[in-house]
Write a protein that binds this ligand. Structure first.
Ligand code: PEP
Ligand code: MG
Length: 325
């Protein structure tokens, strides 16, 4: 079965009736990228860069980061690579960066909030990403965005980084695309406004589910309440995708939900064809896509939107997944 799945690596992810999906990899390192490519990933939909900053005693400098990003760009070849800027705080801490203890770290100082405060740190990372954009198709992704001001603040620092590279005579892609994670319910609620100022959305269902249901994703005691198929989550997904489509920008999904093959009918119904997932999930999801008929699958997705509870939605998706086997 594993060998059979591996044969799918070189096959395009197309439904039986010809709907083309693009399955990319979520990675934290060059090694992850190698596995993703082995499993047929069409590029990187999410590079979690915090792992470059962990298990060490000082911040990585511009050159050091550039080397890693350039390697990723080159290995990905013609495929796009979405690099997410540093997303520490919450459950991810750095030994050498003293963050105050917080009552609610997940609602606290993390992601873009830290980057906008530590401009030098942020500019260094952006410079490294920009320099790597001369070697492949890079895109920049800001995490934990909840407002328009944060996008504008981050873009102002990006502009400084660009001007600095120009002064230093270093090449970069001046047209580099900039996108945001949609992972805070506020961002989903104002997705139409945010879509006016970015090139793409990447929906982070891990945090989106946590925040909209007020269920800590790390708390085992309430793990049974962490429901990606909750109707409230489905509504936010629909609203976000609709806003992206209305504004003519691309939207992909990069949370764990994207790596759950059962969810494919939801994506087809919503018109999402770009997914990014852990390298281990790629072949399973592709297998499911290859066995799907998009018209039938869209009906299942639409039916899920008429159901009222997480359990009902999940049962419907499980039923259809069995039917496909
Ligand atoms: C998410 O929140 O869905 C996501 C992809 O980011 P992370 O899991 O790194 O928080
Ligand atoms: Mg997240």
């Amino acid at each position: 079965r594993k060998e059979q799945l591996q044969l799918l690596a070189a096959v395009e992810a197309i439904t039986k009736d010809g709907v083309r999906m693009r399955l990319a990899g979520n990675i934290s390192s060059v090694k992850d990228l190698e596995l993703a490519l082995k499993h047929g990933a069409e590029g990187v939909g999410l590079f979690r860069t915090e792992f470059l900053y962990m298990d060490r005693s000082t911040f990585p400098g511009e050159d050091e980061q550039f080397e890693v990003y350039r390697q990723v760009a080159e290995k990905a070849g013609a495929h796009p690579v979405v690099i997410r800027t540093l997303d520490i705080g919450g459950d991810k801490q750095l030994e050498y960066f003293e963050l105050q203890e917080e009552e609610n770290p997940v609602l606290g100082y993390r992601g873009i909030r830290i980057s906008l405060d530590s401009r030098e740190l942020f500019r260094t990372q952006l410079a490294a990403i920009l320099r790597a954009s001369a070697y492949g198709k890079m895109k920049i992704l800001y995490p934990m965005i909840s407002s328009l001001e944060e996008i504008r603040g981050a873009n102002a620092i990006l502009e400084e980084a660009k001007q600095d590279l120009t002064r230093r005579g270093l090449p970069y892609d001046p047209e580099i695309q900039v996108g945001i994670m949609i992972e805070i319910p506020a961002a989903a609620a104002i997705a139409d406004l945010l879509a006016q100022e970015v090139d793409f959305f990447s929906i982070g269902t891990n945090d989106l589910v946590q925040y909209v249901l007020a269920v800590d994703r790390m708390n085992e005691k309430i793990a049974h309440m962490y429901h990606p198929f909750h109707p409230a989550v489905l509504r936010l997904l629909r609203q976000t995708v609709q806003a992206a489509k209305d504004a003519g920008i691309t939207v992909s999904v990069c949370g764990e939900m994207a790596g759950d093959e059962k969810a494919v009918p939801l994506w087809l119904h919503l018109g999402v064809t770009d997914l990014s997932m852990s390298p281990q999930a790629l072949l399973r999801v592709k297998h499911y896509v290859l066995n799907s008929d998009s018209r039938e699958s869209k009906e299942v997705g639409a039916a899920c939107y008429r159901l009222s509870t997480s359990d009902q939605v999940e049962s419907e998706l499980v039923r259809y997944a069995h039917e496909l086997e």
